[in-house]
Ligand binder design. Structure first.
Ligand code: 0O2
Length: 314
């Protein structure tokens, strides 16, 4: 059956080495996307190969493939498995970092009067976004290129109320013995020209798999609520204009970034002032409210503690 320019063949395959069954060479278009590998019906990360010219192909995708074609299907499966493992490892690494941050947040919530962590979100980069980033960097898409070029496959973002909290949380995490800091980009100390502020770090965390520990790189972004508010609007605007934001809008965004920074500076100074008033601000609260704050929600009730003490005594 003759296929036309609009026909596609799915498979996980690096384009440059691909050939069609019966020796036709594969042309031009290469769009990574999620899909189902026809020969195995398994979901995965597949390349869609679009033919530039009509070619003669067997009507069934796996129907009358010769030995070479079947070997290539094996290669496709191996490549898909490698991609799945790569993403899985990054998911585990991301979850390790989220757990570490959640522990810090919960400890602060239960044991301290204030909590430096407002919110934690995480995401794995989608195949589409991986492909887009490779394209932006002018790199041929392949698994090796993803491994060597993309450092934010796994990303964790933390929002804090105050700038001092951003550095505090980073220091607490970076100080843990199994975390290695590979790179720090402090866009708070040195904002990007468009006004973007955030504290970025590439950290490596070990993930313990059945065959041993593997180090996984996770991109950590820490920023204040004001910085986050600005960045999410800027991201929407950037996306809407596909990167070509009109000059006057870009200028107003830059002004807004300065205003957000001004707000952060004022809030920080108020915060420091209250902290240095002497004593903990919690001390000024009514007794019952202070007692409530001082007692973790799931702490053992007095009665339980008394019973435990009796048990130890007896
Ligand atoms: P997404 O969809 O958020 O993941 P690199 O190759 O690492 O040198 P990269 O990745 O641009 O270059 O590094 P950088 O500058 O540290 O930025 C990494 C991430 O920070 C971006 O990821 C964004 O999430 C965020 N970011 C950086 N600059 C800006 C900005 O000007 N505005 C906004 N809103 N976010 C920014 P991605 O992959 O671009 O996007």
């Amino acid at each position: 059956m003759a296929r036309t320019a609009h026909d596609t063949l799915h498979g996980v395959i690096p384009l440059r080495t691909a050939t069609l069954p019966r020796g036709h060479s594969v042309p031009v278009v290469n769009v990574p996307h999620r899909g189902v590998l026809p020969s195995t019906r398994a979901p995965g990360f597949v390349w869609r190969l679009t033919y530039a010219d009509p070619v003669d192909l067997p009507s069934s995708p796996a129907g009358d493939l010769d030995d070479d074609a079947l070997m290539r299907v094996g290669d496709l499966k191996a490549l898909r498995d490698d991609f799945t493992h790569l993403m899985l490892r990054h998911r585990f690494g991301m979850e390790e970092v989220v757990t570490k941050l959640s522990i810090l947040r919960d400890e602060f919530a239960l044991m301290h009067a204030s909590n430096p962590i407002e919110n934690i979100v995480s995401r794995l980069k989608s195949p589409e976004s991986l492909a887009e980033k490779l394209r932006r960097k002018g790199v041929e898409p392949s698994l090796e290129a993803i491994r060597s070029t993309i450092t934010d496959i796994a990303g964790v973002r933390v929002t804090c109320s105050f700038v001092s909290d951003v550095y505090r949380v980073f220091d607490l995490l970076a100080g843990q013995h199994d975390i290695t800091v590979l790179d720090v980009r402090d866009y708070i100390a040195t904002p990007k020209p468009n006004g973007y502020r955030s504290h970025h770090a590439l950290i490596e965390v070990p993930v313990y798999l059945s065959d041993g520990a593997v180090p996984v790189v996770v991109e950590l972004q820490l920023r204040t609520i004001a910085m986050d508010f600005w960045a999410s609007l800027e991201h929407k605007i950037h996306y809407k204009y596909r990167g070509a934001v009109p000059d006057d809008l870009a200028e107003r965004l830059c002004d807004a970034a300065d205003a957000a920074h001004e707000l952060d500076t004022r809030m920080e100074s108020l915060h420091q002032e209250v902290r240095h008033l002497g004593g903990d601000p919690v001390d000024d609260l009514p007794d019952d409210v202070r007692d409530d704050l001082g007692r973790p929600a799931d702490a053992a009730p007095d009665e339980l503690i008394a019973r435990l003490q009796r048990l130890v005594r007896d």
